[in-house]
Ligand binder design. Structure first.
Ligand code: ZN
Length: 300
């Protein structure tokens, strides 16, 4: 998310919007043309586009559905969402018929297009905390303190560490990929009770991986940009572990109704697993339950 926010910030910040379309049921009337984007930032998995107050001198009809005060457009990518940035000269783009497009923010040089966004909200910036106030501290933020954040994960010490990491109310910003990769580096099974884990060290590892990934052309926790080798275990079920050669496995983790895939090496990450019967794991994609979510870059 930090990577996306930085790209949007570079494309849009400091300049007035010349085109805005929010294709979202509650936001269809929102007209933000003429307002400057002040900042684009990420909080956990949320992208916050902050927009200046309306220019009172701007002629034209007032839109009572959009307050004149500074506003924040919050987007969340969920599984399939993406923000693309195109040179304004590349228009007309996107075509009006593209159902996947949820938001268009056009600046003087660049146009940002949000596709398949999972969430889109427009609120006064002063109310931003109501959107994200339930989230834990952002693991990628400057000044994030692993020691201070660790007790938030330990509120229920019996919970599986992988599930505690994915719970955005404990710490915000860790998805399935960095959950799996950080636990692999720490050599901890995702199903280990969080009370038995050095949580501060785990958070430090996840934060280091996330920040490095945001700065790499091809995000890779292994520093190997080759396809299939960009991660230690995430998205690699059925393939050999890059460290020990054992077969990487995947199983679901988390509370009922909110299960997410957790990839792990049973040899490098000893500890409890829900299906630890020694059966070889089929490659990802062989299981129809996962195929629906499969994408070229693997899970996120
Ligand atoms: Zn291994």
């Amino acid at each position: 998310m930090l990577r996306t926010a930085r790209r949007l910030h570079q494309a849009l910040a400091g300049r007035p919007l010349v085109r805005t379309e929010l294709r979202w049921p509650s936001l269809g009337d929102a007209d933000l043309v003429g307002r400057a984007v002040t900042e684009v930032t990420a909080y956990g998995k949320h992208i916050l586009t902050r927009i200046a107050a309306a220019d009172q001198a701007r002629p034209g009809p007032r839109r009572p559905t959009v307050p004149d005060e500074p506003l924040t457009l919050r987007s969340h990518l969920r599984m399939e969402g993406r923000w693309y940035v195109h040179a304004r000269d590349a228009e007309p783009w996107p075509s009006a018929g593209r159902a996947s497009v949820r938001a268009v923010l056009g600046g003087s040089e660049w146009t940002a297009v949000g596709s398949w966004l999972g969430l889109l909200d427009l609120v006064p910036t002063r109310s931003e905390h109501e959107l994200i106030g339930h989230l834990g501290p952002d693991i990628m933020a400057d000044g994030f303190d692993s020691e201070a954040a660790a007790p938030r994960l330990l509120i229920d010490a019996t919970r599986a560490v992988g599930a505690a990491l994915l719970d955005q109310t404990t710490v915000a910003g860790v998805g399935t990929l960095y959950m799996a990769e950080a636990l692999f580096v720490q050599r901890v099974s995702p199903w280990t009770p969080v009370g038995e884990v050095d949580v501060a060290a785990l958070l430090d590892t996840a934060r280091r991986q996330l920040l490095r990934g945001a700065s790499q052309a091809v995000p890779s926790t292994t520093d190997n940009p080759r396809r299939g080798l960009q991660t230690y275990v995430h998205g690699r079920s059925g393939r050999p572990c890059q460290r020990c050669g054992a077969t990487v496995r995947v199983a679901e983790i988390g509370p009922a109704g909110k299960q997410r895939p957790a990839f792990y090496c049973p040899t490098c990450q000893p500890g409890p697993t829900p299906t630890d019967d020694g059966r070889p794991q089929k490659p990802l994609g062989a299981n129809p339950a996962y195929r629906e979510n499969r994408r070229p870059g693997g899970y996120r």
